[in-house]
Design a protein around this ligand. Structure first.
Ligand SMILES: Nc1nc2c(c(=O)[nH]1)N[C@@H](CN(C=O)c1ccc(C(=O)N[C@@H](CCC(=O)O)C(=O)O)cc1)CN2
Length: 284
């Protein structure tokens, strides 16, 4: 039976470390500040933003929420980003994804000052990650690396398979596993022999967004299985991509949903906000 990877416990540790750093910064007169922009009424996004605010409060980070109506124009959104780029008490800016249809998300992300881009979605930061000389790591993939480390399983030399090629998770995830000396394969909707490739994985990361996508016949015995999916099953219950009940008996370690990768996303955001405050004050 697999050991459960406790995302809540690991994220609490990361947040506690960030809180210690905030204390030191505050003693030196610097309060890290995070601005979160949310556009529209997506209920899940509002829950995530609320949780980000709560994590900031618990960590000692100053936070500001900018909740804009769904009919906000691209120009209005860009003007807000510009204003926040210039605000000295704001060190991190993030735009909650997804934006409503009609808004150009990548243009908005590109308008964020790369030094304040705590999601690490800006092309400048993506490029720095690619060459392995980064300031921020994207929160979800960085959180996954912390979860794998918490198991004690070495990434170096392991066959790592990432299912999904999104800019937010799949691609940076593969890059971070590579930086940790994993042998990495990215699978996607056009991949042939998906089952066989997944079965070769010592570390399997699924970021597909489909309930029950990863079945037991796709998992090698003893594999570390990380579930980045955030879906609703046929009964409306929150679940990941992995058929947890079937895979649990095969894997050596597995993340639950909820309580696995999700809490890490927010914890790594706290860490990135602290890094941003240090960078902007010439400390890091
Ligand atoms: N600008 C960004 N937008 C989005 C990101 C991101 O990193 N930056 N990631 C996701 C959403 N997300 C954070 O924004 C996020 C998703 C889920 C969780 C989480 O803690 N999930 C819980 C369950 C929550 C629930 O009950 O619904 C868990 O897995 O235990 C945190 C953050 C897309 N947008």
């Amino acid at each position: 039976m697999a050991k459960l990877i406790d995302g809540k416990a690991v994220s609490a540790k990361v947040k506690a470390e960030a809180a210690e750093e905030v204390k030191v910064l505050k003693a030196g007169g610097i309060t890290p500040g995070l601005a979160v922009i949310i556009v529209g009424d997506d209920p899940a996004s509002h829950i995530y933003v609320n949780n980000k605010k709560k994590a900031c409060a618990a960590t000692g980070i100053h936070s500001e929420e900018y909740a804009l109506p769904a009919d906000t124009t691209q120009e209005e959104l860009l003007a807000l980003v510009k204003e926040l780029n210039e605000k000295e008490d704001i060190h991190g800016i993030l735009v909650q994804s997804p934006l409503p249809d009609g808004l150009d998300e990548s243009a908005v992300v590109e308008a964020i000052d790369p030094l304040k881009d705590v999601d690490a979605f800006h092309a400048y930061n993506v490029g720095r990650i690619m060459i392995g000389n980064y300031r921020f790591l994207p929160c979800t993939p960085a959180g996954v690396i912390e979860l794998i480390r918490s198991t004690g399983v070495e990434i170096a030399g392991k066959n790592c398979v990432v299912i999904g090629r999104s800019n937010i998770v799949g691609k940076p995830m593969a890059m971070l596993l590579l930086h940790n000396n994993g042998t990495v394969t990215i699978c996607h909707s056009r991949t042939k022999n998906l089952k066989e490739i997944c079965r070769s994985a010592d570390i399997l990361v699924s970021a597909v967004g489909k309930a029950h996508f990863v079945t037991a016949d796709m998992v090698k015995e003893g594999a570390v299985v990380i579930d980045v999916g955030m879906n609703r099953d046929e009964n409306g219950k929150l679940c990941g991509d992995v058929d947890f009940d079937a895979v649990e008996s095969l894997a050596s370690h597995i993340t639950p949903v909820p309580g696995g990768v999700g809490p890490m996303t927010i914890a790594m955001l706290m860490k990135n906000t602290v890094t941003a405050a240090k960078l902007q004050n010439g400390i890091a």
